[in-house]
Design a protein around this ligand. Structure first.
Ligand code: PMV
Length: 351
């Protein structure tokens, strides 16, 4: 399968190439937690693609000795170098022309740099889009979005869900015919109108570095006592949530989404070593959302990433009520009252 992504045709190298792409972050509904081999998921996942939280990356490729330099907003950013180096070393197996170029990479995020929102998905997706844009130019063939997603995965697993579509499924799923462990597949066609303009308000509870990185967390699933049951559960939850997304069944959507978020954190709390990424304010916000939902019957729910921040998901029809809840109550639980109003987006775009 991976072999299919190797470019075998000869390309005519150009002296220089330049492009700029933007790619969004995404928020998983059924979570990917646990991996093997080269960033292959232990279970399938599905996410909503975001819109406001994006990375914009410009790359200039110059024919010559291989290498790269990386800047953030025009300023050198050596901290990012090791990740980019590892990524390019993996990419070369599939895009051999890469070893004939020096890359000047400049990147910028639309969301605050140290907001506790991981930029790995959006940044790896934006960089992969630039690489595939070059490959399309060099080979004279159409852009290959599956390979773009495949390359993104090599940089950061969940990045493969940030390429194309409003909802993206990644990982072999018994009830999804074209699903793959190697790349994400667009599920936009599933979405009932109520989900097509879903809102995601991201409450920034803790903007600091995570105490345990995602890669360490994924590895801890290898000897996890509940791993087998968890991976089977994700398969089932995916089948159930797909049906809910199709039918506009908000009750089921809420049940699966919240249960997945808590299960992700339960896996962290029951691994060895165990750890907790939620903060007291994470729980206060969950409690407020539950109280509000009970009192108003407004179908709002939460999900969590591998961190303390809370994603509050709701249909756009209730934006006024939820903006009010944010201002009156929830902002006080956020660090410096910071939150980001995002919504469902469509994926990577050329600038
Ligand atoms: O893509 P990674 O290796 O950063 O892992 C992401 C894992 C979660 O964000 C916790 C879940 C997911 O499916 O996005």
């Amino acid at each position: 399968m991976e072999e299919n992504f190797k470019l075998i045709s000869q390309v005519e190298l150009k002296e220089s190439l330049a492009t700029t792409w933007q790619a969004p972050s995404n928020i998983a509904l059924v979570k990917y937690w646990g991996k093997y081999g080269m960033q292959l998921p232990a279970n399938p996942s599905i996410s909503f693609t975001l819109n406001a939280c994006r990375t914009i990356t410009s790359v200039k490729a110059t024919k010559g000795e291989p290498g790269f330099n990386i800047s953030y907003d025009g300023m050198p950013k050596p901290d990012f170098a090791s990740k980019i180096k590892a990524y390019l070393e993996r990419v070369v197996d599939y895009c051999p022309w890469v070893r004939n170029y020096y890359f000047d990479i400049d990147t910028h995020n639309t969301f605050p740099h140290s907001s506790g929102i991981a930029s790995s998905a959006s940044s790896m997706a934006a960089l992969s889009a630039c690489i595939m844009d070059f490959e399309s130019e060099l080979t004279g063939t159409a852009l290959d979005y599956h390979k773009m997603s495949f390359l993104s995965r090599l940089g950061s697993g969940s990045a493969c869900r940030s390429i194309q579509g409003a909802a993206v499924l990644w990982g072999a799923h018994k009830d999804t015919a074209n699903s793959s462990n190697f790349y994400g597949v667009d599920q936009t066609q599933l979405l009932h109108p109520v989900f097509q303009d879903f809102q995601d308000t991201i409450l920034l509870v803790d903007k600091g570095e995570k105490v345990v990185s995602s890669s360490v967390g994924h590895d801890l699933m290898n000897d996890h006592a509940f791993a087998k049951a968890r991976f089977e559960q994700a398969q089932k939850n995916l089948t159930t949530i797909k049906k809910a997304l199709q039918e506009g069944d908000l009750d089921t959507f809420i049940k699966i989404t919240e249960s997945e978020a808590l299960t992700l954190h339960a896996m962290m709390m029951t691994s060895h070593p165990y750890f907790i990424l939620m903060k007291p304010h994470t729980l206060s916000i969950i409690d407020e959302i539950w109280t509000f939902r009970k009192e108003t019957k407004i179908p709002v729910c939460f999900t969590l990433d591998a961190g303390a921040n809370v994603h509050m998901l709701f249909p756009s029809a209730y934006k006024t009520e939820l903006d009010e809840l944010m201002n009156n109550k929830l902002a006080s639980y956020c660090q410096n009252s910071h939150y980001i109003c995002d919504e469902i987006g469509t994926g990577a775009k050329k600038c």
